[in-house]
Design a protein around this ligand. Sequence first.
Ligand code: SF4
Length: 273
Amino acid sequence: MEKSEEKMDEVRVGRGYDPLELTEEVREKVVRVINSVEERKYYRFRKDRWYGGIATGDVVGCNLRCGMCWSWRSASHIMAKGFYCSPSQSFKQLRNIAYSSGFRMVRLSGGEPTISKEHLLELLRLFENSKLEFILETNGIIIGSDIDFAKELVRYNYLVVRVSIKGCSREDFYNITLARPEFFDLQLKALENLIEQGAKPCEQVYPAVMLSFSERKDYELLQEKLSDIHPLLSKCIDEEYVILYPHVVKLLEVRKLRPKICFRPNGIPEHMI
Ligand code: SF4
């Protein structure tokens, strides 16, 4: 790791790291068990405009180190001090924001929510009779490595899992995350595990793909791979592009990443290459 990168990361992460090993390291910093209840560190609860309006809990801690991460200063690379919440505390916050704002959806975002598996599963259980849809935004690494986790998740039919795939190939994945390239496959495996366990493609699980750094031909190959998992998957890809917030630009510069296509915060597209 270069010195400039080191200052921007709280955990010492070398190039070619193992995200599952990093999961364990990060879990120690952001998860604790009190009286047999798994508590997770959050840094805020808020209303957000995405999905037509959604109550959002931003968790602290991630097992990847993406070079375009919008939450790198408070959740992923540097872990905010934050505050621990039990599943019931998180449930009350999210439910109250949703009900008072007239939203139909809640989500966990910020870092990687699946790092605290028991916390997440208990939170889902609490939402069972809320009539709210729960969006789980995940990079898929842990669900791809743990089919039992996928099995537990699909029990909740109001859950929608959005697997955010970092690039279109192993090489893109390495360039974006600095993690070992083969871990790219676990993101696809997450989709496969969830569908194999009964999640309906596009309705209960769908892929999002970060396309800012990818070649068109690699995107086409990825679409074929997604179709091989299930024919519907390539039809419901949520295409993601980097948004050039000033703090994101700073990270891109340190990581020497140049997006081919990205957007300014006001929504105007920017073609950098
Ligand atoms: S997986 Fe998401 S939260 Fe984690 S570093 Fe990448 S963009 Fe950030």
